[in-house]
Design a binder for this molecule. Sequence first.
Ligand code: PLP
Length: 392
Amino acid sequence: MNTKNRTSLATRVIHAGHEPDPATGAVVPPLYTATTYVQDGIGKNRGYDYSRSGNPTRQRVESCLADLENAEAAFVFPSGLSAASTMLATLKPGAKIVAHEDLYGGVYRLLAQVGPSMAGYDVELVDFSDAEALSAVAQGADLMWFETPSNPLLKIVDLQAVAQIARDVGAVTVCDSTFASPCGQLPLDHGIDVVMHSATKFLGGHSDLLGGVLSVSERAPEGLVGRVGYLQNALGAVMSPSDCALLLRSLRTLALRVERQTSSAASLAKTLSENANVYGISQVVYPGLEAHPGHAIAAQQMTNFGALISLRLEGGLDRVERVLTSTCLFHFAVSLGSVESLIQHPASLTHAAVTEEHREKISIGDDLIRLSVGCEDLDDLAADLDAALRTA
Ligand SMILES: *Cc1c(COP(=O)(O)O)cnc(C)c1O
């Protein structure tokens, strides 16, 4: 069912790509594990020949995701990074990439370390939340790559401003929207060409699935949809049918989960910032707080302020470690967006691949921790943080 533009996301996550099975009426679509399909004649089949090139279960999850993002087409990959590397393969060797200076560590490694040595990409890092700084380096760019909110500093990038700058210089834009999910923002509606997700995070939402997504706008440069689809098959980075079925199932609760997670995060961020002195916190970073420099833009382009909160703690690395290991409900583990709350330390975990020099430049210090707020009861989460921050 194409539900685009007719119903709200909370309905679309349940119905898009989820029509009852025409053969049996089953309300949950069947999982097609077959790797190969009988051909009716030379050049004649029923839409499928080999599972890497096309699979009915994958097609359902891709049509659901395309519908949610208001995209022309979506493609799923076995991880967020394989989605990113497939996107990079659309470029010519030596292409100029302008990327946000605050990125997930693995994407930073792919862009700034692997890309230049593998394909001679010329990669320039700049603060995308500063439109003037971006304009200054945009000339000649083939690709602009950014996250908003960014990881782990939760910087907000003005989607429309970036789309405009990119259009002026003829660059393709990719927004890694993992931190927002489609229930937090729809970058394609603001003129961005491609949205990327690590489906491992909010889309999967249960810490039991690795995956990635590229959704391409109908307004993207001509041929890009076909090129990404061609490369998904040609490079072979496809999500397995069982993971597609698991992802399709997870998406049905995306709106519910995100609503709960983001409202709890907003409340916790407020409590933490109001009690910063008692809790030994030197800074609470959350786009929903008015003090956040990107608050006004976030309020315009997002439907909520996300479920991630970053904190700078007082008391040095020893105290940071005590806090990380003394929460009970917030597990000390990487990743985010899942039903269980997580607490992590970017400098030693998600951003360990980032050079010390760059971490210092953008201030990912030892004092920074990041919370991903899950679906537990809000009072229980608040009590867990309260106990850990008061005693550690
Ligand atoms: C996790 C993450 C990725 C990488 O995705 P994987 O599924 O781990 O390969 C990319 N971008 C962001 C913002 C992430 O949080």
